[in-house]
Design a protein around this ligand. Structure first.
Ligand SMILES: O=C(O)CCC(=O)C(=O)O
Length: 262
């Protein structure tokens, strides 16, 4: 399912397209999205734009609560693909992020890295961005090739542009939209069940959904052998308020099961 060249592209660019890898899980994952929207978790965060347009539903850490998500995570090739891409002996679940941009939703996902607001750290990480609807090139998620190797952790911000952590003096995310000609920007037209695998440090962003169709996505995050707990300047996203941990110790807790071992 995975060519050596795809592992190399993932390592070099921090993002790679995987065609059709989860196609068998699309129908059940769509059912799970409907169930999840009827029964959101306490972490749900839905943006309802002031322009009266349709919502952007988000939920987190629900992969083990709905059959269709659980099947995608446990029964597909995802755990093994994660380990191979990360060049790790193990693949450990971190969490899922469910994202539904309804038709005409105006929320742009700003350019950001995920790593700076997570409660784990490591070089071996991968998220699978799995669309459940067709995504044309002009509405696809985009990545800056190689940005996971820039050695930078940019300041995390909310989608409305406010800082996530008070007093955070780290460097702001560059103005990517004005630097597009100088950067190597990756993005692909996608079919339901395709995936982009990307590193937690790869800069990425996604456009609004100016289309008459829904844009349903499951973004599933994994870590490898080198993952450790990390302390941030404030509450991580997603938050795990009941978790007691020591920064720098192995990232190991029942919430984060290892689903693949070489
Ligand atoms: O789908 C989007 O709009 C953004 C997804 C994203 O930022 C992620 O999966 O980390």
């Amino acid at each position: 399912m995975l060519e050596q060249s795809q592992i190399e592209d993932f390592q070099k660019n921090g993002a790679v397209l995987l065609k059709g890898v989860f196609a068998d899980f699309v129908e059940t994952a769509r059912e799970a999205i409907e169930e999840n929207m009827q029964n959101p978790s306490w972490r749900e965060r839905t943006y309802r734009p002031d322009d009266g347009g349709q919502a952007f539903f988000q939920d987190y850490v629900v992969w083990d609560q709905f059959d269709g998500y659980r099947a995608l995570v446990r029964d597909s090739a995802m755990p093994e693909l994660a380990a191979k891409l990360m060049q790790s002996k193990t693949a450990r679940v971190f969490h899922d992020h469910i994202l539904v941009k309804e038709p005409g939703n105006s929320v742009v996902t700003p350019w950001h890295q995920d790593q700076p607001y997570y409660l784990c750290e490591g070089r071996q990480s991968v998220s699978f961005w799995v669309p459940l609807d067709p995504i044309p090139r002009e509405r696809t998620i985009e990545y800056i090739a190689g940005s996971h190797r820039w050695g930078k952790d940019f300041k995390p911000q909310r989608f409305d542009g406010t800082d996530l952590f008070e007093g955070d003096t780290s460097e702001a995310v560059p103005d990517v939209d004005n630097l597009r000609d100088e950067l190597d920007i990756l993005g692909w037209e996608m079919e339901p069940g395709d995936a982009v695998a990307f590193n937690f440090r790869t800069l990425h962003g996604a456009p609004a959904n100016a289309s008459p169709n829904r844009r349903r996505v499951i973004s599933m995050r994994w870590v490898g052998d080198d993952a450790v707990f990390a302390k941030r300047l404030g509450t991580t996203s997603p938050a795990f308020p009941d978790l007691d941990y020591t920064p720098g110790t192995p990232f190991d807790a029942p919430e984060f099961p290892v689903l693949y071992t070489e």
